[in-house]
Design a binder for this molecule. Structure first.
Ligand code: IVH
Length: 674
């Protein structure tokens, strides 16, 4: 009897979890908090642990079930997996449309179904009686590899179809891809562990899907989007591409939210341009738009040529990765003196703009990627990210192509360049003697999050320094209308506005001012913590390292940077002059008096978090005013639970204390991941 009840409860939990999965991944409309979802999952896990006989492979707890395998088995595709013809311009689209109209002997305009072309890997998913039984790669189109265990770990792939009309058999095709945010986080993680860096989200998705150990795939942020039905048995197949996609959506498979029916080739052109405009703002990479004849009867009439359908075409966007020649590597000096290698390139169009410079990040990256001057290199420009050199094309390398070398002296001020132990960056030791560092320091001072001086842009700062009108931030406050109006492209009105903005900036706050000084590794959060802790600038200036490390967010390295900064007579002098010019801020209340967002709350942290140590998570909470305790009680506001959380979560559940997962923690603290 008891076991029947338990089976029912397990079924109920699974159904509810699947429902929330659909709401989240397919309908993009979550109905419950992540926290509630996790509670359901945990309840199910607990029951399944108690009654292992009731575990089924389609249970949402069983995504990473299998052990690592030796190799992937081969899978025959009953329906071949085709590729697409490409169109690169309007004329090719017109030709495509004309061909089809003639072939179908139709005078009226054809209806198309359009979707973005995701840049990932094609996979086939086979569902029997609603259960995911097989996933395969495209391979050569006739046979691919069986990657079921890996695909099961992708959360947006349902293990079980939903709804009340489950087909006997359904094979869908779609793209596995890696959203951009996950891609960046994965590469950061890879870099930290000295592992391979992926050149782009597509490679990262491919590398993740081809892992023999599904646990690794599970740790990679992959997603799935369905774009066609290959086989369907047991229900009627809708007679248009668009309706077929609505059917798979009802069955719980994610489809593109940008899918549209278009009634003419002109509408296709509009769709293409509108997607091109959206491209840089999407959370995933697309490399074009796919247009398919919407009516299946027309598709069947049009048929195929070799490996691509005649009834579909991909209109490609300008490539985001192109090859060009690395002409030279120069070094740019930043605010903190760090020398950044910059690639000078044979100009080339990337993602629709001409690029002649790209970042190489640092010497470690150059070495890791083994890049030499003269190489043919792959340059990538995606979204609003600055163009970067991704890799060298080794087959084009000639003898005599040399590695770029870090100069021994600063290219701007000729001071010595050194690399501090344990740091990747090489730095110019010139400090404010170095014009480059002076310029960067002033730009930083004027920037939005610092003193927010409207009208004092980067170009103007450079001109002012080059003309010798300013040497430091203090000189800004003695600029005159005459001096400013005599600058290039500076009307008297703009000069007046700038003087007003400078005057306005004198009323500031202590955290802003500390931040605007540009002390190495002192960002906004640290500046705020310092201001709150010391409440007076003089106290920060005279603090020793031992005192500084007491401040949240300040470790020994940052403490040393702060002491070093205020030790420089030059810096002291500049600060004094700025204050004499009238810069001021209101008094700061002591930290206890400030209404921090988590004031009065108590958290317990348990288990292994993915992105933080427990110590780091505690620091973040404390900074927001929360207390962090080691034991759960009724007074606990919530327990933050990572992987393998142990008994604290049980206790929390018993006491009805909220349990937060890492995502909920990120939301709470504003550190958003994935
Ligand atoms: S339809 C018979 N639709 O592009 C038609 N493909 O270049 C087969 N792709 O192998 C593909 N987004 O991996 C289709 N919305 C979309 C797509 C898409 C990405 C990929 C797919 C295919 C490749 C062809």
């Amino acid at each position: 009897m008891a076991s029947k009840k338990i089976q029912l409860e397990i079924n109920r939990l699974r159904d509810e979890i699947n429902l929330h999965n659909t709401q989240y991944y397919v309908l993009d409309d979550p109905q419950v908090s992540d926290q509630y979802y996790d509670q359901l999952l945990r309840k199910l896990q607990t029951l399944e642990k108690q009654f292992p006989g009731l575990i089924t492979t389609d249970s949402p707890t069983q995504r990473v079930g299998a052990e690592a395998s030796e190799q992937f088995e081969s899978v025959e595709h009953e329906v071949p997996m085709l590729s697409l013809d490409n169109a690169f311009d309007e004329a090719e689209m017109q030709a495509f449309n004309k061909r089809l109209s003639e072939l179908l002997s139709l005078e009226v305009s054809l209806q198309y179904c359009a979707e973005p072309k995701l840049d990932g890997l094609a996979v086939s998913l086979l569902y029997e009686q609603g259960q995911l039984v097989r996933a395969a790669t495209r391979g050569d189109g006739r046979s691919g590899e069986n990657i079921t265990t890996n695909v099961r770990t992708i959360k947006s792939v349902p293990l079980k179809l939903v709804g009340d009309k489950i087909p006997e058999l359904l094979e869908v095709r779609g793209e596995v891809y890696m959203p951009l945010k996950g891609f960046k986080q994965l590469n950061d993680r890879q870099r930290q562990h000295d592992n391979k860096i992926f050149a782009n989200p597509r490679n990262a998705a491919a590398g993740s899907l081809r892992q023999l150990d599904p646990k690794i795939t599970a740790s990679r942020p992959l997603a799935f989007c369905c774009y066609s039905i290959a086989q369907l048995l047991g229900t009627t197949l809708p007679d248009s591409q668009f309706d077929q996609m609505q059917l798979v959506k009802l069955l719980g498979l994610p489809i593109s939210p940008y899918i549209e029916k278009l009634n003419s080739i002109e509408a296709c052109s509009d769709y293409y341009h509108s997607m091109a405009d959206k491209r840089d703002f999407l959370s995933f990479e697309i490399d074009g738009v796919v247009f398919k004849l919407n009516k299946i009867s027309q598709q069947n009439k049009a048929g195929f040529v070799s490996r691509a359908p005649r009834w579909a075409i991909a209109r490609k966007f300008p490539a985001q990765e192109v090859m060009t020649t690395l002409l030279d590597v120069e070094f740019q000096v930043g605010r903190t003196g760090a020398l950044t290698p910059v690639a000078r390139l044979e100009p080339v169009e990337v993602g629709g703009v001409i690029v002649s410079n790209a970042t190489l990040h640092n010497m470690d990256e150059i070495n890791r990627k083994d890049i030499r001057i003269g190489d043919t290199v792959i340059v990538r420009r995606a979204g609003d990210v600055i163009p970067e050199v991704v890799s060298a094309v080794l087959k084009d390398r000639k003898a005599g192509f040399n590695k770029p070398e870090m100069p021994g002296a600063c290219p701007v001020c000729n001071s010595e360049v050194i690399q501090q132990e344990g740091q990747a960056a090489f730095r110019c030791t010139g400090g404010l003697v170095c014009a480059a560092q002076r310029k960067e320091a002033i730009k930083h001072f004027a920037s939005r999050k610092a003193m927010d001086i409207d009208g004092l842009g980067d170009k103007l700062v450079e001109q002012l320094v080059d003309l010798g009108l300013i040497d430091s931030i203090a000189d800004l406050y003695s600029l005159t209308l005459d001096q400013l109006s005599s600058m290039d492209r500076m009307a008297e009105k703009s000069a007046k506005n700038l003087l007003d903005a400078l005057e306005h900036s004198k009323q500031t706050t202590l955290p802003r001012f500390i931040y605007s000084l540009g002390i190495r590794e002192v960002g906004e959060a640290t500046a705020l913590a310092l201001a709150n802790y010391f409440t007076e600038l003089t106290a920060v200036e005279s603090a020793d390292e031992e005192t500084l490390v007491q401040v949240d967010d300040v470790g020994p390295v940052v403490a040393a940077n702060i002491v070093h900064f205020f030790d420089q007579a030059e810096n002291q002098h500049v600060i004094q002059r700025v204050i004499e010019a009238g810069l001021q801020w209101p008094d700061i209340e002591k930290v206890e008096d400030i209404d921090l967002p988590l004031k009065g709350t108590t958290y317990v942290i348990t288990g292994t978090l993915e992105n933080y140590s427990r110590q780091q998570a505690a620091e973040i909470l404390k900074k927001l005013g929360a207390k962090v305790s080691s034991s759960v009680s009724k007074k606990t506001t919530a327990v933050v639970a990572g992987d393998r959380p142990g008994s604290k979560v049980d206790k929390a559940n018993k006491l009805d204390v909220t349990v937060l997962d890492e995502k909920a923690f990120d939301e709470l603290t504003g550190n958003r991941h994935v």
